[in-house]
Design a protein around this ligand. Structure first.
Ligand code: AVI
Length: 321
């Protein structure tokens, strides 16, 4: 409450090391100390995140896949033929394939991602597998307005695809701003979006405190990255991974807590940690169906359908724009 600046102004990081240096230094100057989770996703962090998705405790990925598997035909029926699919943030190609396979004559697929290399590689694979699909990757920060390729006569609706509950990593104000941007971009079409749901706190807790320690490694990788790219000098193993569910805010919070006094240096500025000092690295908001639909309605979407797993742990929404 003491700082009015949004915690995570954009969730997409440039590959520019000076951006990381500047934002990390600003975050370590702030109280509470904080760093945007967008910096998790270097090559190592992206590989660790892929491992998280396979963990027995991390239910969101397989639950959402199962929802897609079961209901893709329904979704495709609501979307209609000849659709153009825009995916915000690539790397979920397993999920979008389930949708593409169910759609009637999908015309075009536009994956948007900041990481060009990754994007072009996965676009090539999709082109080979879907020869009739016009695959048009766009290298950009999808949280900012992006110029999309012009639509052609014969195209059906323009449909956004944003799975994984990545919307939960935005602050509420940022989520609202981003969804408002999408409602404009997708006018006349809609958005298929996955949201992790509020549930038993022990289930949530376990998902971010896996027994194998992969989430801890993912969290600490931020410091590994700062050491490698910025020579910051974090004593990585002296930081504890601390993740818990905050029921008032309906979010998982991830922190890194220094176990000892230590000093680091970023671009010639010194930062001191006492034992117990923490860096807040991520929020992962959980939603109720009604709460999310109200948020969507506020920014100009109409909630038309929602699909769940049997335990109601995860929800995919179809929102018309
Ligand atoms: C990408 N995002 C939706 C994940 C989440 O669950 O918030 C990132 C993650 N953080 C720790 N585990 C997974």
């Amino acid at each position: 409450a003491s700082n009015a600046v949004p915690m995570f102004p954009s969730l997409v990081a440039d590959d520019d090391p000076s951006e990381f240096a500047q934002e990390l230094a600003a975050g370590l100057r702030a109280r509470p100390r904080q760093v945007s989770p967008k910096f998790f996703y270097d090559a190592t962090g992206s590989a660790l995140f892929d491992q998280i998705c396979e963990l027995p405790e991390y239910y969101p990925t397989r639950t959402e896949l199962a929802i897609l598997q079961e209901h893709a035909a329904d979704m495709a029926g609501l979307i209609g033929a000849n659709a153009e699919i825009i995916e915000y943030g690539a790397g979920a190609s397993r999920k979008v394939r389930l949708l593409l396979d169910a759609l009637e004559r999908p015309q075009r697929f536009v994956p948007i991602d900041i990481s060009g290399e990754h994007l072009h590689a996965s676009a090539a694979v999709l082109r080979a597998d879907y020869p009739a699909l016009d695959v048009r990757p766009v290298v950009a920060d999808f949280t900012r307005p992006v110029a999309l390729p012009p639509r052609l006569p014969g195209h059906g609706r323009r449909v956004g695809f944003f799975p994984g509950s990545s919307i939960g990593n935005f602050d509420p104000a940022e989520a609202r701003r981003f969804l408002r941007l999408l409602a404009g971009q997708l006018r006349g079409g809609g958005l298929l979006i996955g949201t992790d749901l509020v549930k038993d706190p022990l289930t949530l807790h376990a998902a971010y405190n896996d027994a194998a320690g992969v989430t801890a490694a993912f969290n600490r990788n931020l410091l590994v990255r700062a050491n490698r790219e910025l020579d910051a000098g974090f004593r990585v193993n002296d930081f504890a991974h601390y993740a818990f569910y905050n029921p008032q805010q309906q979010r998982i919070e991830m922190h890194l807590v220094s176990r000892c006094a230590q000093q680091v240096r970023i671009a010639d500025e010194r930062f001191d940690f006492a034992a117990g000092d923490a860096i807040h690295t991520e929020n992962s908001y959980k939603f109720t169906v009604e709460g999310f639909q109200a948020l969507a309605a506020e920014v100009g979407f109409r909630a038309r359908a929602s699909w769940f797993d049997a335990q109601r742990w995860f929800c995919m929404h179809w929102l018309e724009a």
